[in-house]
Design a binder for this molecule. Structure first.
Ligand code: PLP
Ligand code: COI
Length: 355
C-alpha cells in the first residue's frame, strides 16, 4: 500500500539492494539507494512529486535533453550523526541555485516545497542508506532535464525533476595534481558557466582527458579571454594560500557560486585568517611557487569537500607544493566544515539543517 509523508506519496520497492553494499568501502557515486524522487512538469505546471523505486527512465528519442542539452543539476550531501540524526548543509542554497541554473537554461523553476519536502521524504524513506563512517555520506543528486519531445530547437514543453542518491566515499583518491589550462575554456562572459548545466561538464571532459594523459587529475580553468587569471576547477572552486593569506577569485557569470567556497570564506575569517576575494593571476601563483611563498592550493566543493593540490603544471613545468600537516589551512578548514556538517561541532552560522 502506498503511504504519504510530508504530503509526498511513496511507492516502496519490494526488494532492497542494501545488503549488497559494502559500506566500509564506498566509491563516489557508484551505487544508488533504493528510491528516488520523481516529479514531472506538464500542462504548464509542476505536478506533485512522488518517491518511487530507483529505476531506469524511458524517453522518446526526440526528447530535447538529447539534442539541445537542456539540463541542470545540483550536488548535496546528507550526513548521519552518532544518534542517527540526519543533517543537510545549507540545502536552501542548493534549491535556489538549481532555480538560478534552470532560469538560464529556460527550464521552469521548481516550487521550494516540492524540492524540500520531496528531499526530506526521500531521505526518511532511504535513511538506512546514509553512511555513518568518517569521510562517507549520502551524495544527493537533484537534476532537471527536458523530457518533452521534438526536433525544433526551442525549450521543451515537458520536464522531469529527479533526486537520486548514492552512498559515497571521497571524490578523489590519492594526490591531486592539476594542470593550469592555457588553450581550452570551460565558460565565457555572458555564458552559462555560473549555472550547474550538464553541458558545462561535457565540455570539460576532452581537455581534462588530455591533462589526465599527461599525469594530472584535474584542470584549473583560466579566464577565456586571456588565460591569465585562475578561475576554478572542473568540479571545485579554487583557493590559494600565499604566505598567510587565503585568496580565491570573485564569482562571475563564468564561475559557479560554490556553497563550500562561501562557507570556507566565512569560516576562515571567523578563525582570524586573512582572506582576499580578488582576481589572481597565474603569474602570481607561479612566482609564489618559485620563491616559496605559495604554501597551499586546494579545491573546494560538495563532492570534493576540501581537496589539497599536491602540485601544478604550467607551460611544461611542474611545481610541487609543500606537504600539509594538521595546521594547514586546507586540513584545519576541512575539519571545521566537516565537523559542522556531521554535527560533531557547534554550528554558530546556522548552516546545518535537520531532516
Ligand atoms: N565549481 C564547479 C564547476 C562545480 O561543479 C562545483 C560543485 O558543485 C563547485 C564549484 C563547488 O560548488 P559547491 O561547493 O556548491 O558544491
Ligand atoms: C558537487 O560537488 O556536488 C558536484 O556537483 C561536482 C560534480 C560534478 C561531481
Amino acid at each position: 500500500m502506498n503511504t504519504i509523508i510530508n504530503n509526498i506519496e511513496i511507492i516502496k520497492t519490494k526488494t532492497t539492494k542494501i545488503n549488497d553494499v559494502d559500506f566500509g568501502n564506498l566509491k563516489f557515486g557508484h551505487v544508488f539507494s533504493d528510491h528516488m524522487l520523481e516529479c514531472h512538469f506538464k500542462d504548464g505546471k509542476w505536478q506533485a512529486p512522488k518517491v518511487v523505486p530507483y529505476q531506469a527512465i524511458s524517453l522518446d528519442p526526440s526528447a530535447k535533453i538529447f539534442h539541445y542539452g537542456q539540463s541542470v543539476f545540483e550536488g548535496m550531501k546528507a550526513y548521519k550523526d552518532a544518534n542517527d540524526d540526519v543533517w543537510l548543509f545549507r540545502p536552501i542554497d542548493n534549491f535556489k541555485r538549481l532555480n538560478i541554473s534552470s532560469k538560464r537554461l529556460a527550464i521552469p523553476e521548481l516550487p521550494e516545497n516540492y524540492f524540500m519536502d520531496g528531499l526530506k521524504t526521500l531521505l526518511q524513506v532511504d535513511s538506512e542508506w546514509i553512511p555513518k563512517q568518517d569521510g562517507s555520506s549520502l551524495y544527493i543528486r537533484p537534476f532537471v532535464f527536458a523530457s518533452g519531445n521534438g526536433f525544433h530547437a526551442s525549450p521543451a514543453d515537458e520536464y522531469t525533476f529527479i533526486i537520486a542518491t548514492a552512498p559515497s566515499g571521497s571524490y578523489f583518491s590519492g594526490k591531486v595534481k592539476v594542470l593550469i589550462e592555457e588553450k581550452y575554456s570551460r565558460s565565457a562572459n555572458g555564458g552559462v558557466g555560473f549555472a550547474k548545466a550538464g553541458g558545462n561538464y561535457a565540455g570539460q571532459f576532452y581537455p581534462t582527458q588530455l591533462a589526465i594523459d599527461k599525469g594530472y587529475q584535474q584542470v584549473i580553468w583560466t579566464d577565456d579571454n586571456t588565460h591569465e587569471y585562475i578561475e576554478e576547477a572542473g568540479a571545485m572552486n579554487i583557493f590559494v594560500r600565499i604566505n598567510d593569506t587565503l585568496i580565491t577569485g570573485p564569482t562571475s557569470d563564468r564561475i559557479l557560486d560554490g556553497i563550500t567556497r562561501k562557507s570556507i570564506i566565512e569560516l576562515a575569517e571567523a578563525e582570524g585568517i586573512s582572506v582576499e576575494v580578488r582576481k589572481l593571476t597565474v603569474q602570481e601563483v607561479v612566482s609564489a611557487a618559485k620563491d616559496g611563498s605559495l604554501k597551499e592550493m586546494f579545491g573546494a566543493g560538495t563532492a570534493a569537500v576540501i581537496s589539497p593540490i599536491a602540485g601544478f603544471g604550467y607551460k611544461d613545468t611542474d611545481y610541487d607544493l609543500p606537504e600539509l600537516d594538521d595546521t594547514s589551512y586546507a586540513n584545519s578548514l576541512k575539519k571545521r566544515i566537516t565537523d559542522i556538517q556531521t554535527n560533531k561541532a557547534e554550528d554558530p552560522f546556522g548552516w546545518r539543517y535537520k531532516v
